[in-house]
Design a protein around this ligand. Sequence first.
Ligand code: MN
Length: 424
Amino acid sequence: MSRKISNSDKSWVQVSNDSDFPIQNLPFGVFKKGVNDLPHVGVAIGDKVLDLHALYSFGYLNDLPFGKSDFQNAYLNDMMSHGKKACSELRLRIYDLLHEANTELSSSSEHANHALYNQSDVIMMLPIKVGDYTDFYSSRDHATNVGTMFRDPDNALLPNWLHIPVGYHGRASSIVISGEPVIRPKGQQKPNKDEPPVFGPCKLLDFELEMAFVTFEGKPLGESITTKEADDYIFGMCLFNDWSARDIQTWEYVPLGPFLAKNFASSISPWIVTLDALEQFRLEGPKQEPKVFPYLEYEGNKHIDIKLEVSLTPDGGSENTICKSNYKHMYWNMNQQLAHHTINGCNIKCGDMMASGTISGPTPESYGSMLELSWRGTKPLQLNDGTERKFIQDGDTITMKGYCQNDEIRIGFGEVSSKILPAN
Ligand code: MN
């Protein structure tokens, strides 16, 4: 029997008020106890990880359609292959086991000790074996800022932008987990209009503040997912730093779009927060004018209020908050993105990852990239150590955090934090 989730419920596991991971969240990830241990699927609760392989072995997950290999696994994909309904039931069963009124697990100190670990003692792994990665471009403020800087302030949005959730196919192989350093890419650049291109380390290295969603198995090739059906195909979301080499991008992107400027790395946070946990933070999106095609129309509140922030920490220095944005600023929502992605019959697979595009808000402090924050280098950011930044330097660490918060509860994503190393 699973319990109905309530914001006033508490777990018998201690959770501090400012934790991203109260019992109402229960995001999924993959962890190892030690370098030589096998990876297990885990759920975050407060500052602990609940080991689902241990729960399964002790018999606590017997009435669910999962097997041992779903939880002793390097990725969440096998667990997710059971579909939305099974994964939602699994989360509700875990909710029940962790609820303060439930003594099944809490009364067995032997089982509890073998199923709960400190997050600080485990190694978090890349949670998803990403088959295909798609990056959208769905923030109107971001697209307007980029269009204003690079093209024409009076016609900043390209003619297709208000009709199409514009996107491109990225590269899955270079998606890495938070904490893994990122090496500055090398490539061709053309810094001077009247001179030939040059080759060398990227000089205009940037982050892009994004959120990504992870999909369940979609429909067969040739079929489409509607905006109404889209929620059933989305497992959850994570923070996504879509590293970008602006100088390489400017020279290479015509006519086929981003390539080596984008595919050297994208970093994600380790916990996948389920769509179920985010439902109470849904809100209305912007009015879309001109009217969109029927296949992009949607009903209900499909945007989500997720507070986002980015900080830059110089090597050996202290943290500077450089951006505060919100996922609610998206023009196109996930339902529209998925409907658009499949309207031509393109199939999506279990473990595909789709990123939002840079999430910029309407005010300068809410811009989601260095390109916009420093306005193409014309307004350098002043850091608290007295230095300034137009773009990211070697040794800088970029950290993104995200959380939903109302009067009753906070549902957070943790963080994605990565240091930039010099080019090889
Ligand atoms: Mn991007």
